[in-house]
Ligand binder design. Structure first.
Ligand code: IMP
Ligand code: MG
Length: 180
């Protein structure tokens, strides 16, 4: 059985938008360095593309958290699977996420990362599904695309670990189940 995937954002559209966001980041951090924290695994494709286009000095770290199992629904539990390697003291931190859905992951993460003494923390996301937000206090500084409440895959985003490598973003229409 294969899942049907309908293209929502083409590779060209994503590419073009990342250029714009990177230019904006480069302007906002002019004269400073930016410390990107990639949220694995979903954020990895976006982080690489973004990092390559940022004109100010960039350093990178990775963190892995889990709030979902193989299901498409949030369990509400955020667990740190892999913590940061580098200290954040005095750094200009930019968290890079694939998608903000309920906002639980980022609401938890920003609180945890603030304890590490960064100079400031901002959030950058490839996709935002504002209709689904539970944690309304999460402030997103850079959003590539605001999308409707559909389950999407590609460009790092998965469904049960599949489809992360699609070069575009698509809506998955699961066979035999109601589309979320
Ligand atoms: P939040 O804590 O509900 O904001 O969940 C954010 C995380 O849920 C993202 O980093 C994704 O890993 C996952 N997620 C949310 N919506 C989708 C989706 O449409 N496709 C794939 N993963 C999703
Ligand atoms: Mg994620």
């Amino acid at each position: 059985m294969s899942d049907k995937i309908r293209i929502l954002l083409t590779e060209e559209e994503v590419d073009q938008r990342i250029n714009e966001i990177a230019a904006q980041v480069s302007r906002d951090y002019e004269g400073k360095s930016v410390h990107l924290i990639c949220i694995l695994k979903g954020g990895v494709f976006f982080t690489c593309e973004l990092a390559k286009r940022i004109a100010v000095p960039v350093s990178l770290d990775f963190m892995s958290v889990s709030s979902y199992g193989a299901d498409t629904k949030s369990s509400g539990v955020v667990k740190i699977i892999k913590d940061l390697d580098e200290p954040l003291t005095g750094k200009h931190v930019l968290i890079v996420e694939d998608i903000i859905d309920s906002g639980r992951t980022l609401s938890y993460l920003t609180e945890v990362l603030k304890q590490h003494g960064p100079e400031d923390i901002r959030i950058c996301t490839l996709l935002d599904k504002p209709e689904r937000r539970v944690k309304k206090q999460v402030k997103v500084d850079y959003t590539c695309f605001t999308i409707p409440d559909k389950f999407v895959v590609g460009y790092g985003l998965d469904y049960a670990q599949k489809y992360r490598n699609l070069p575009y973003i698509g809506v998955i229409e699961m066979e035999g189940s109601e589309e979320k």
